[in-house]
Design a protein around this ligand. Sequence first.
Ligand code: MG
Length: 391
Amino acid sequence: MEKNQIWAIIVAAGRGVRFGKPYNKVFHPLDGESILTRCLSALTKANAYDGIVLVISQQDEEAYRELTSREGPYPLVRKIVFGGDTRQESVMNGLAALPGETKLVAIHDAARPFVSTALIRTLNEAAAREGAAIPATPMTDTVKVMHSEGYAVQTPDRSTLCAVQTPQVFDLEKLMYAHRRAAEDHFPATDDASIYERYIGRVKVVMTPDCQENIKVTVQKDIRSAAFVMPRIGQGYDAHRLVEERDLILCGVKIPYEKGLLGHSDADVALHALMDALLGAAALGDIGRHFPDTDPQYKGISSLKLLEHVVKLLSSRGLAAVSVDVTIIAQRPKLKNYMDEMKQNVCTALSLPEDRVNIKATTTEGMGFEGEGLGISSQAVALLMPVDTEA
Ligand code: MG
């Protein structure tokens, strides 16, 4: 098709009440990037649209501007319009903003950021051929018709049912006509295909394996079940010299010993290795970059404070540790009696239960700098997952 023939309308004007956040869920970070940005990227990557009309709520205008400066620009978004009171009105506002030469329009919910290029193209081709095409998945659960009092009264044949998604792609002229009729009739619809079915005719249902991935982020747990959301692993290592007239602090616990670790902060070698593992998993560098030892504000600072800061940093990227393991390598002193307290400190700092945190210690049987008592080293690994956080 020629230029300006296929456009997409992204509907992002809902409030996402079920998502349980005070702000619009499409601004929620999903493994470091908002749902809306991921959605726009998916549509841009497909290279299948001449432009996008983005429909946002007027009260999100400022949030959208901030998002664009942080994660944008979005060159394919050629027009931004405000939504109406209902999804239907929002779509109509989007339709009104399309250029006159548009032939096909894809209407897509911003809350489906996992739509694949192959699915987008299949839908466009089917709609060009048939006038309308929608993605769907087969029903795996048996579906019941329920009475308002909460009794099942009928069981439709599952093979005749499907669960539909977006993008829903239509011949623009026909869809405009159908929408105008639906508005005149006050026909309420939860998707555009139902309007098309009512006033124009049948809609091609596309069921490809990619539809299984094309989930809608409605509640927070959807984020975790998203196929691309992968765990992130990080590793950390640190070593400090043992000297006289310093406290020995490990995982925030002061341990009685004739020597302590030398360093700019409290030289808590175990937490330093842990923080490097956490930052490493988030691809955020290391503690040297975030807390330079030339900065006087970190002189003598408790590494638990630094760890708090790292946790906040991860949280701002939509990430949190789900499991960590720290090994302290020291010939002396014996650390056994302090392990519980060390572990508690880490559990508290990371808001993790005890079965997700492990602290252990080993000697080197007298070998190397740890074995000779010149210093203590530590190694850590951390596993991060995307989580629900404040944006
Ligand atoms: Mg260090």
